[in-house]
Ligand binder design. Structure first.
Ligand code: FBP
Length: 264
């Protein structure tokens, strides 16, 4: 396991990943509420915020923009991803190799595993290749650990999220990115299941400022190290203020009320 203190992915052990692979995963519809976010440059600019420790994007967006932002943004190379047009059992194409990401200057790699999918076995084998290559380059590995598929009735139940966190440990991820299981206690279970693998929460669809910040605070109080978030930041007109508030909670240990006060 790679100590996060040796990497750019974390600051003082805490992680705030801004994710922007939604154009692939969900399609341009995610950009409709704040149309400027269709332009990747708008979101790269948001990613330069001090609180952000890494920016997760797919290959094409990394190739086109990272060279201009290399001094200000740590690149998290999201290696696999699939469009919302795909109607089969959950799966995710590997779109670039960890080696290519390292050559491009990535600080970390990200990889989705749909545990419970009929494609879990192939995805785990693809993860093995990516993880071992990342190790050769000293890059931390973040697993988007999302159990889903035919057999799963509830993909955010406490037991499922603890299992997701455990799978990330067993397969060699440094960070498990899991959905919020609904309470601090459930997140504590996931953190315990992950052992030395660090746990971050996945943002989810946009909600109110207060309820989102409360879930983030629960994660930190449960022993998680932070957050990987997309829509709850850049689907807001005041994305910078939301990052101020998230930075207060994640990097400074602020209360939700104190963080909300930062939003003006
Ligand atoms: P959000 O904070 O917007 O949920 O983004 C996190 C993320 O993991 C993205 O990297 C990814 O595009 C999206 O969620 C996938 O979410 P789902 O597969 O649940 O639709």
């Amino acid at each position: 396991m790679l100590p996060l203190s040796d990497s750019d992915l974390a600051r003082d052990g805490k992680v705030l990943i801004l994710a922007y692979d939604h154009g692939l995963e969900h399609g341009p519809t995610d950009f409709e509420s704040v149309p400027e976010t269709m332009d990747p440059e708008t979101v790269w600019d948001i990613a330069t915020h001090d609180a952000v420790t890494a920016f997760a994007v797919q290959k094409g967006i990394a190739e086109a923009y990272y060279p201009s932002y290399a001094d200000d943004v740590n690149l998290l190379a999201k290696l696999n991803g699939t469009s919302n047009l795909w109607m089969g059992e959950p799966d995710s194409a590997v779109n670039w190799s960890a080696e290519y990401a390292a050559d491009l200057g990535a600080s970390a790699i990200g990889f989705t595993l749909y545990g419970g999918s009929n494609n879990e076995v192939e995805m785990a084998e693809e993860f093995r290749d990516a993880q071992e290559t990342a190790r050769e380059h000293g890059l931390p590995v973040v697993m988007w650990s999302y159990p889903r598929g035919q057999g799963l009735k509830n993909d955010t139940s406490p037991g499922t999220i603890a299992y997701a966190a455990r799978m990330a440990l067993e397969l060699g991820a440094d960070v498990a990115k899991v959905k919020y299981p609904g309470s601090r206690e459930a997140m504590e279970w996931a953190v315990a299941a992950a052992g030395p693998t660090k746990v971050v929460m996945s943002g989810g669809s946009k909600t109110t400022d207060e309820s989102f910040l409360r879930s983030v605070k629960d994660v930190i109080d449960a022993g998680g190290v932070g957050l990987a978030v997309g829509r709850n930041v850049w689907q807001r007109e005041n994305a910078g203020e939301m990052l101020d508030a998230l930075g207060a909670i994640i990097h400074e240990g602020a209360t939700v009320d104190a963080a909300l006060a930062r939003m003006g």
